[in-house]
Design a protein around this ligand. Sequence first.
Ligand SMILES: C[S@@+](CC[C@H](N)C(=O)[O-])C[C@H]1O[C@@H](n2cnc3c(N)ncnc32)[C@H](O)[C@@H]1O
Length: 305
Amino acid sequence: MAEGGGLLNRYTGITRIVGSNPILSAIIFRPDMMRDLRLGLLAGLAVLVPGLLLFLLGLPDIVTVVVVIAIGVALVVAFGRRWHRQATSARAQQTTHLRSVIGLAASSGGMPVYWTEHAITPETVTLVLQLIAGLGLARVLELGSGLSTLTIAHALQRAGGGRVQSFDDDARWAGQTAASLKREGLDALAEVQVAPLKEIASGGRQSLWYDLPKMDPQARYDLVLVDGPPAWKGDPLARLPALYQLRQHLSEKGVLVLDDAMRGGEREIASRWQRDFPDLHFRMVDIGRGLFVVCVDKAALDLLP
Ligand SMILES: C[S@@+](CC[C@H](N)C(=O)[O-])C[C@H]1O[C@@H](n2cnc3c(N)ncnc32)[C@H](O)[C@@H]1O
């Protein structure tokens, strides 16, 4: 007990010192800085260890020096190229992001749009809006409300009508989305309902899934947007039940889209769906955080990049 308390005191003491020093806390608390330090240390060891070995083997100094310099140069070139590639790809992503934001702003009638990291990305929602316009999708079911609800409702209004039925497990967030819809005069086109998560068996496993109201077996949706439940709550396969639960409610031109599809859990979900639904058509689209598109009619795939 005393030992634990001592350790705790020492730990909180250290964190207090580090926390009060902006330079130390920038180094210790920034995960990317720690990763860079680890990489630097490994690179240093990669040069030091062979150099030491050559020295111990008694090779002429010039050989040791040349080998060490060659390893150093190789590391700098390799890491430099890698960092350059990462920076270029991040810049390209930002450009796409900005283009989509500008495009959306132009087409959303000046609706105030505040993007957070939780929201669907601008480029992904743009593609979803293209599907809506291109295929004439009007009946929308959404899991996970937010900016997507607003932009889709707005697109339906422009297209002359339709309806978004959105479900959210978080009552506070559902309330905020509903308030935004009302403020924008879109509440006739979209409704947000709270659906707490409850345990169900689906797709061969137990999952926490939306407690949806009992659906009319004849109900059909042209678009199902799966942007919840949030996987960060602990289950990487949290969205697996979507297709098992909703396949029968997809219309003849029905499309189901799974957001965040580049994550490991969603890739696994995508491969299980492909295995279990051979009558459907699939495409992984490298946009935003990845969009996995499932459609009843193969022709819908022609609209995808
Ligand atoms: C991926 S988000 C859904 C995002 C939504 N489709 C959109 O495009 O804005 C999944 C869940 O996270 C929660 N959420 C979304 N945005 C949030 C925010 N800014 N703050 C807190 N929770 C949020 C909501 O419960 C939502 O259902």
